[in-house]
Design a protein around this ligand. Structure first.
Ligand SMILES: O=C(O)CCC(=O)C(=O)O
Ligand SMILES: [Fe+2]
Length: 289
C-alpha cells in the first residue's frame, strides 16, 4: 500500500494518507511502515477514516494488549475495549467521559506497565475548540540544562493516580470510586526512560501523576519537579492538534505527554471520540537495556 507521510510541522506529528484502515485488513508490511512512522513522529493522524468499533479494536490490538477501562460506565456496551469520550448527554445519560484529562499526562503512567499507544477516532468534532496538545519528551530531554539533568539522572519518581486530585482538588471530572482507586496504588518509574531498541532517552515525568522523587528530601523533590514541569511544558516542545470528524489519531505515550482542552469546551459544542489503549512495557531506565 502506498502511504503518504506528511510531517505536521517542525516538531512531532505526521499525517498519513493513502489508506482506509477500516476497509481492508492492514497487511503486515503496511503495519510495519505505520509502526515505524509512529516511532519517528510519535503522533500520527489518518484523516477521513470511517472504521467502526470492531475495526478500531482489531487495529489497535496489533500495537499491544488492549486496556478495559476501570471507569466501565463509559465502556462501549458491545466492545468494552472502546472507551467513549463525549460531552453529549442523551435523555439525561452521558454518552461518555466528558473530560479525559485537561492537564499534562501520559496515559496510565501510574500503572506498573503504562500505555504504549492511545488511539482516538473522532466521531463528532465541533467547529471550534477541543484541540489536544502534545509535548515531545525526547526534545525536552535533549534540551535539559546541566543542573536539571544532574538532579534527575538515574532517579525514579512516584507515579500516583491521585496526585492531581490531592494537590489541586480536582481530577478528571469523574473520579474513581474507592474500589476503583484501590486498583491504582503508587508505582515508581524512572524520570528518564529509554526506547527499548534505539536507546534514545526521553523525560518521563507526566505532570498529572509524578509525585515525589525517590531519595530526595520533600522540599528538594518539590523544587526539582517544579523546574522539570516548567521545562517540559514549554511551547517549543508542543504540537497542537486540531481535530476533524473522521480523524483516527494515535500517539506513543512512552515519549510524549498530552493535554486535552475539554475543560474549555462550551457544553453546547458536542465532541465525541472512541478511544482504545494498547498497553506497553515497563519503563526502562537509561543503562538498564
Ligand atoms: O480528549 C482529548 O483531547 C484527549 C483525551 C485524553 O487524554 C486521552 O484520551 O487519553
Ligand atoms: Fe490521555
Amino acid at each position: 500500500m502506498a502511504l503518504t507521510v506528511s510531517p505536521m510541522g517542525n516538531g512531532i506529528g505526521a499525517r498519513i494518507t493513502g489508506i482506509d484502515i477500516g476497509a481492508t485488513p492492514v497487511d503486515d508490511a503496511t503495519f510495519e511502515q505505520i509502526a515505524a512512522a509512529l516511532d519517528q513522529y510519535l503522533l500520527l493522524s489518518f484523516p477521513q477514516q470511517t472504521l467502526g468499533a470492531p475495526e478500531q479494536v482489531a487495529f489497535a490490538a496489533r500495537f499491544g494488549p488492549l486496556d478495559i477501562h476501570i471507569l466501565d460506565q463509559y465502556n462501549h456496551p458491545e466492545f468494552p475495549e472502546i472507551f467513549m469520550l463525549s460531552n453529549e448527554v442523551v435523555d439525561g445519560k452521558p454518552q461518555g467521559l466528558s473530560d479525559a484529562g485537561s492537564y499534562w499526562h501520559s496515559d496510565f503512567a501510574f500503572r506498573p506497565v503504562p500505555a504504549y499507544v492511545t488511539m482516538l477516532h473522532a466521531k463528532k468534532i465541533p467547529p471550534q475548540g477541543g484541540n489536544t496538545l502534545f509535548s515531545d519528551m525526547y526534545a525536552a530531554h535533549d534540551a535539559l540544562d546541566a543542573e536539571l539533568r544532574k538532579a534527575i539522572a538515574g532517579r525514579r519518581a512516584v507515579q500516583r493516580y491521585r496526585k492531581r486530585a490531592d494537590t489541586l482538588g480536582q481530577g478528571t471530572r469523574v473520579n474513581f470510586t474507592p474500589e476503583q482507586a484501590q486498583k491504582a496504588p503508587d508505582v515508581m518509574h524512572p524520570l528518564i526512560r529509554v526506547h527499548p531498541e534505539s536507546g534514545r532517552s526521553a523525560i518521563f515525568a507526566p505532570v498529572g501523576t509524578t509525585a515525589e522523587i525517590e531519595g530526595l528530601p520533600a522540599d528538594e523533590s518539590a523544587a526539582v519537579l517544579k523546574a522539570l514541569f516548567a521545562h517540559i511544558t514549554q511551547d517549543r516542545f508542543i504540537t497542537e492538534y486540531v481535530w476533524a470528524t473522521g480523524d483516527l489519531v494515535f500517539w506513543d505515550n512512552r515519549f510524549t505527554m498530552h493535554k486535552a482542552t475539554s475543560d474549555q469546551l462550551d457544553p453546547s459544542q458536542i465532541r465525541t471520540l472512541y478511544r482504545t489503549t494498547s498497553m506497553g512495557e515497563v519503563p526502562l531506565a537509561a543503562g538498564a537495556r
